[in-house]
Design a binder for this molecule. Structure first.
Ligand code: SAM
Length: 249
């Protein structure tokens, strides 16, 4: 029986491919890749010639049995996505679950993921966080989805494209409050890597007014409902001031 290697690849900086990932990609019988042309470029950079199989969200279900057959027949296979860690807002779950159900060994080869990379340098609480992937596309669905997160105490982590970021930040501000602290982490590990830090309403305005800040891919991080002592103190202060305002003449 072969093994299925789940291999993380760079999110923008080719030097971030681990040496273990390199070894595995060079040794497996074939690599299942989301976009074979994209992965071919990565492999060529490292001088690796490998068989590539297109494996993406549209053929995941149809192709999984064929990949399982190859694994059962003794081939080692690798699974990669276009960037970062497979299965993290990327295809692969169907294959990994099926492989495990059949007792095939699934071996993770860890590496970059935009969510963890952003969280590690954003300066928002990282002891507890909730990864949410891409928010729903329409404003109505997005807002009702966000309503369920209002009291979430952990830092919220979203994926978004630069194009949609202003809309998403506006929805976040409308539902969670424009004053929540947030960070927009853009072009991570690339030449124009940027961390914008501020309150949600402020960041929405900032991106709306600056097309450059909407280029490329980004991660939006929002502090949780209790956001540490400062936020709790601010809420308590607001509560007390409210009581005083009512009681005083
Ligand atoms: N599997 C990937 C991972 O582990 O991070 C995520 C794939 S998902 C289809 C693509 C999204 O990840 C982008 O829209 C963006 O939100 C985020 N992303 C990927 N690379 C990024 C980067 N270099 N800088 C900021 N965000 C990035």
């Amino acid at each position: 029986r072969g093994r299925l290697y789940v291999v993380a690849t760079p999110i923008g900086n080719l030097a971030d491919l681990s040496s273990r990932a390199r070894e595995v990609l060079a040794e497996v019988a074939a690599i299942a890749a989301e976009d074979t042309r994209h992965t071919r470029r990565l492999l060529t950079h490292y001088g690796i010639a490998a068989e590539l199989i297109a494996y993406h969200e549209h053929n995941e279900a149809a192709l999984t049995p064929r990949l399982l057959e190859r694994l059962a027949g003794g081939d080692d296979l690798a699974l990669v996505s276009d960037a970062g860690t497979p299965l993290i807002s990327d295809p692969g779950f169907v294959l990994v679950r099926a492989a495990r159900q059949r007792g095939i060994r699934v071996v993770p080869i860890p590496g970059p993921s935009a969510a963890i990379t952003a969280l590690s340098a954003a300066g928002l609480p990282s002891d507890r966080f909730l990864f949410l992937g891409f928010p729903p596309r329409t404003a109505a669905r997005c807002r009702s989805w966000l309503a369920g997160l209002v009291d979430e105490p952990g830092t919220l982590v979203f994926y978004e494209s630069g194009k949609r970021a202003v809309r998403t930040l506006a929805d976040l501000a409308a539902v969670l409050g424009g004053g929540r602290r947030a960070v927009v982490a853009r072009e991570l590990t690339k030449q124009f890597e940027t961390f914008l830090v501020g309150e949600l309403a402020e960041l929405a305005e900032r991106l709306a007014g600056d097309a450059e800040q909407r280029l490329g891919e980004l991660v939006i991080l929002v502090e949780g409902a209790s956001g540490g002592d400062d936020a709790a103190a601010a809420r308590e202060q607001a509560r007390v001031l409210g009581i005083l305002a009512e009681a005083l003449p």
